[in-house]
Write a protein of this length. Structure first.
Length: 302
């Protein structure tokens, strides 16, 4: 119990949840795409790369499968200690005033006070990476999802970031669920695909939805590339004109498969790995896009 409490205290060291400033501080990045293409692996390795770059990372797991903790190196035998917010009915009722699954007609508090969320449920992976498991409602006929959605959206809006901090959110398949409340404050998206028609179609659709939600920069990651023909296939599917801020190809890599579930170390600066090298290039493009956006905001006439 002592280890768990000290881990939560470390998690709150960098991420105190209050209303997020409207502009100009840390980065908020959503990772989306078709199921099974490697979103969670990408999120875990990127978390390591951002941490190596001197940033404090809050990795947010919004995928119902909840595997991000293990990809970041959290011991699978301690899975019972992880409490997803969406599954904590008492906390949701305390904050929004309606218990999940209670049906229609309840009056929701749409701006609940969630300043204690990281302190109560955050997990420190190490000194620079913290994890918050949001969870999702995946049970059929589970009743109105409004209480859960109100809480999750509020948590994302109220996490305050400083310049050296970043949120990386691993989502469930697609971004259809990523509504206006959830997207508030997110300025960049990483869309992951495989070199297949179905996966790329979902990636393009995800990118379009992300832009409709006001996410300015959308980066494409093509995972599990085995040959030049895979690259040409993506170029052909795109119609010759890429619709993304940047495009990165990740080669199929046995080392990642052998490392699962803990793939975070792949992103360490001390590790030479072709997938990590491509994701380091993505990290640089994300930072460049953030700097470009900030300059536009600063130079905009009042």
């Amino acid at each position: 119990m002592g280890d768990k409490k000290s881990g939560i205290q470390k998690a709150t060291r960098y991420f105190r949840t209050h209303r997020a400033p409207s502009r100009g501080d840390g980065m908020r990045i959503v990772i989306a795409g078709k199921g099974g293409v490697g979103k969670t692996t990408t999120c875990a390795i990127l978390s390591s790369i951002f941490a190596d770059g001197g940033m404090n990372v809050l990795a947010v797991d919004e995928d119902p499968q909840q595997n991000l903790a293990f990809s970041l190196g959290y011991p699978p035998d301690r899975a019972s200690e992880i409490i997803p917010l969406a599954k904590n009915a008492a906390y949701i009722e305390e904050k929004v005033g309606v218990r999940p699954g209670s049906g229609w007609g309840g009056v929701l508090r749409l701006n609940p006070q969630v300043s204690d969320v990281v302190e109560r449920y955050g997990i420190a992976i190490d000194d620079r990476i913290s994890l918050l498991v949001m969870g999702s409602v995946s049970t059929a006929a589970g009743g109105c999802l409004c209480p859960e959605n109100a809480l999750l959206g509020s948590v994302l809006r109220y996490i305050r970031l400083r310049r050296n901090e970043v949120i990386l959110m691993d989502t469930q398949a697609g971004v259809e669920h990523f509504g206006r409340a959830m997207s508030d404050g997110f300025s960049q998206a990483v869309v992951v695909t495989e070199p297949s028609f179905n996966a790329y179609s979902v990636a393009e659709h995800s990118a379009s939805l992300a832009r409709e939600l006001g996410i300015r920069h959308v980066h494409l990651v093509v995972n599990k590339v085995r040959s030049e023909s895979d690259i040409r296939k993506i170029e052909r599917l795109s119609g010759g004109g890429m619709k993304f801020t940047s495009v990165h190809y990740l080669p199929y890599n046995e080392e990642i498969i052998e490392s699962e579930p803990d793939v975070r170390r792949i992103g360490s600066a001390k590790t030479e790995n072709p997938v990590a090298e491509s994701l380091r290039d993505l990290y640089l493009d994300i930072c460049a896009a953030a700097e470009k956006s900030e300059k536009k905001i600063i130079s905009r006439p009042s």
